[in-house]
Design a protein around this ligand. Structure first.
Ligand code: FEO
Length: 397
């Protein structure tokens, strides 16, 4: 990623990580970027750094604009190491005693990551730092995405530096929303579904707080992906929708299979749902990554889970997705379970237990078929799918 001046004397000095494909378990099939921002005013501030292995590139990028030693302040909006990993290299280069601004939690957490006695300046919501002609205002955003997280607002330019918020795991030649268009929303949605969904109540509060504070926002600069300058309202509105966990007339049929019997069931259930003119997608757990699945779950009204019974338990991939999904706390869902079995057949009961723990509305006791579904079995699956489809539309079953 080239150094780009995103507004007068404000630069993105971050890097693209083109080839990362697994970001702590999230499939980053288009890589990601670690954005870091340099503001050159009477004082010079660096906002966030990059992953450790890209530290030298960050220093090179900064050097294209200023001598790194002339940086006066470092702002750490977030401790997670995709943004702080470069701090030791940066602090060593610019001077270990330069002020390092972060939240109170940030000061504690950075110390526990890097074990350095840096010159921490802990700030809270509303605190300001003058750079001369420009002023930075800090806004604590706990749990978006860690307890230490904060946003930094540059009021003269109406730029919000939003750390993980409004980000996307995407590496490209584009730097702005107007250069990429609608395609970026898929990445923003995936990011929300897999990183932020469980914090939806806090995000609703944050959006309200930004409104209450009357912050005018012309540009949003996240630490991942493209910068929102053409239409920052678009991503803010999308966050409002996702934080409300609004659903569409849509179902996902998530399953694994051993001898294709549960897959035959999944196919017939999918056809039954589609017969009700509800959008539906069957998803084989060993073909599609869990982070892609969660993206589909985000706005689905019905989540239908199928598992064979293996050694009296769920199939392992089904346990995996249920554990992952439960942690992300999806809401407003209809749930249903199905599965083929040989002799004991516990899978449906085990799935229902997990759906119940997630407070899904379980609309049917579930469907079990022994061994291979025959025509009657497939018809039963089709009717099961139709009931789900009707429930998605809010019709009585
Ligand atoms: Fe991009 Fe929570 O770090």
């Amino acid at each position: 990623m080239e150094v780009v001046e995103i507004a007068k004397n404000i630069y993105n000095v971050g890097v693209n990580d083109w080839n990362i494909r697994d970001f702590h378990g999230y499939s980053t099939n288009q890589g990601t970027s670690y954005n870091a921002f340099l503001i050159v005013d009477d004082k010079i501030a660096l906002l966030d750094t990059v992953k450790k292995e890209f530290s030298d590139r960050l220093i090179e990028n900064i050097s294209q604009v200023v001598d790194p030693k002339t940086i006066d302040y470092v702002i750490s909006n977030h401790t997670e190491m995709d943004h702080s990993g470069g701090l030791p290299r940066v602090m060593h280069k610019i001077g270990e005693n330069k002020p390092l601004y972060c939240s109170k939690m940030g000061a504690k957490h950075l110390a526990r990551h890097f074990h350095q006695k840096w010159n921490y300046r802990a700030v809270g919501t509303g605190d300001e730092l003058s750079l001369g002609k420009r002023t930075l205002t800090f806004l604590e955003t706990r749990m978006i995405h860690w307890p230490d997280s904060m946003f930094t607002y540059l009021k003269e330019d109406k730029i919000l530096f939003s750390s993980d918020g409004f980000g996307q795991h995407y590496a490209g030649n584009e730097m702005f929303d107007d250069q990429i268009g609608e395609e970026i929303m898929t990445h923003a949605k995936k990011y929300y579904a897999n990183i932020l969904l469980l914090y939806s109540p806090l995000i609703k509060n944050l959006l309200q707080k930004v409104t209450d504070l009357g912050l005018e926002i012309d540009v949003i600069c996240p630490d991942h992906g493209i910068i929102w300058r053409k239409d920052p309202g678009k991503i803010i509105n999308a966050y409002a929708k996702w934080a409300n966990q609004e659903t569409e007339e849509k179902a996902v049929v998530i399953y694994d299979t051993m001898w294709k019997s549960t897959e035959i069931m999944a196919k017939a259930i999918t056809e039954g749902i589609a017969n009700e003119n509800v959008s539906v997608r069957p998803i084989h757990l060993r073909r599609v990554h869990r982070s892609e699945i969660m993206t589909d779950v985000l706005d689905a009204r019905a989540v239908v889970i199928g598992s064979p019974t293996l050694n009296n338990q769920l199939f392992p991939t089904v346990s995996d997705i249920l554990t992952y999904m439960k942690g992300l706390k999806p809401k407003n869902k209809i749930g249903a379970a199905f599965g083929s079995f040989g002799w004991s057949g516990e899978s449906v009961q085990l799935i229902n237990k997990e759906l119940d723990a997630m407070e899904f509305d379980i609309i049917d006791p579930g469907l079990r078929i022994q061994y291979v579904p025959d025509k009657d079995g497939k018809d039963e699956c089709f009717e099961f799918g139709k009931r789900i489809g009707k429930a998605v539309k809010g019709e009585s079953t």
